[in-house]
Design a protein around this ligand. Structure first.
Ligand code: C5P
Ligand code: MG
Length: 191
């Protein structure tokens, strides 16, 4: 199996590149944010739990997110592998993910961060907000909350994964296809 965690700040291009990798390697793309948005739209039990957090740009409580992730994995097995886009976002989520992976006899092939600086991200997100319709893309305040959540809760994962030598970073600045090529090189080297 090829299991990749795509890591990076909001707006760094995780979704776009996950789509590329999914097609290239025939993987299942799990976007935690998309799953939340779908559930919120359908007002499911999960959606109701997540709604207030996502609308404010805050992270949904770990227990809710972890359960959701395991469900997504279970539903899609067997498969050639997964791209995890937006998970894990906390150390707790990373620990729980290890347990889930062990349970399903899976391993992570690589954790790849798309590296983009904050000013460029804010521009990208505000622009995306015009077409995505996402309320959390439309206000500077919510974007700032998301970047702060990332800094406080998600960034510690870089050290966590560096310790087990699974962490890689590629520049997420440039043309989409250039960034895809950077990722392709990297995935080929860990495959
Ligand atoms: O990844 P994306 O930017 O689409 O996520 C949108 C929102 O979903 C986040 O701002 C957060 O509220 C929620 N989320 C979360 N925990 C995750 C992934 C997403 O709380 N692991
Ligand atoms: Mg996304």
């Amino acid at each position: 199996m090829l299991n990749i965690v795509l890591f990076g700040k909001p707006g760094s291009g995780k979704g776009t590149q996950a789509n590329f990798l999914k097609d290239k390697y025939n993987l299942v793309h799990i976007s935690t944010g998309d799953v939340f948005r779908k559930n919120i739209k359908n007002q499911t039990e999960l959606g109701l739990k997540a709604e207030a957090y996502t609308q404010n740009g805050e992270l949904v409580p770990d227990d809710v997110t972890v359960l959701m992730l395991e469900n997504e994995i279970k539903q899609n097995l067997p498969c050639k592998g997964f791209i995890f886009d937006g998970f894990p976002r906390t150390l707790y989520q990373a620990d729980e993910m290890n347990k889930i992976l062990f349970k399903y006899k899976m391993k992570l092939s690589a954790i790849v961060a798309l590296d983009v600086d904050d000013d460029l991200l804010t521009d990208r997100l505000l622009k995306r907000g015009l077409i995505s319709g996402r309320s959390d893309d439309q206000s500077r305040e919510k974007i700032l909350t998301r970047l702060n959540e990332y800094r406080n809760k998600t960034e510690p994962l870089i050290e966590y994964y560096s310790k087990i030598n699974r962490f890689h970073s590629v520049s997420g600045v440039g043309e989409i296809h250039e960034i895809s090529l950077r990722l392709l090189d990297l995935v080929e080297s860990v495959k």
